[in-house]
Design a protein around this ligand. Structure first.
Ligand code: ZN
Length: 95
């Protein structure tokens, strides 16, 4: 009976650390990216920065943006930066 109790305690600790560890591994440290507004939030904050489908930079008024990956080219976390002043305007996510 003592062995069974020890086994149950060990399994419980193993499960706890396994869940804890995998949860930490899943969390991608992307707080900078998560702080950026989405396109909808950007347009809501700058209603004058859109004309039909054309989105303008709120800093310099340029009408073209560059879509870049956060860490590398194929990153699913995308940043839209102004092509002229290179400031990041909003974020997007590849589905
Ligand atoms: Zn700009």
């Amino acid at each position: 009976m003592d062995h069974l109790l020890t086994f149950i305690i060990l399994v419980a600790f193993f499960l706890f650390y396994w869940v804890y560890y995998t949860h930490q591994r899943k969390r991608v440290p992307s707080t900078h990216w998560e702080e950026l507004p989405t396109q909808a939030q950007y347009l809501a904050a700058h209603p004058d920065a859109v004309d039909g489908k054309i989105v303008f930079c709120c800093h310099c008024g340029h009408h073209k943006q560059l879509e870049v990956g956060l860490v590398h080219l194929a990153d699913f976390r995308r940043e839209w930066a102004c092509a002229k002043c290179k400031r990041v305007l909003f974020r997007a996510k590849d589905d």
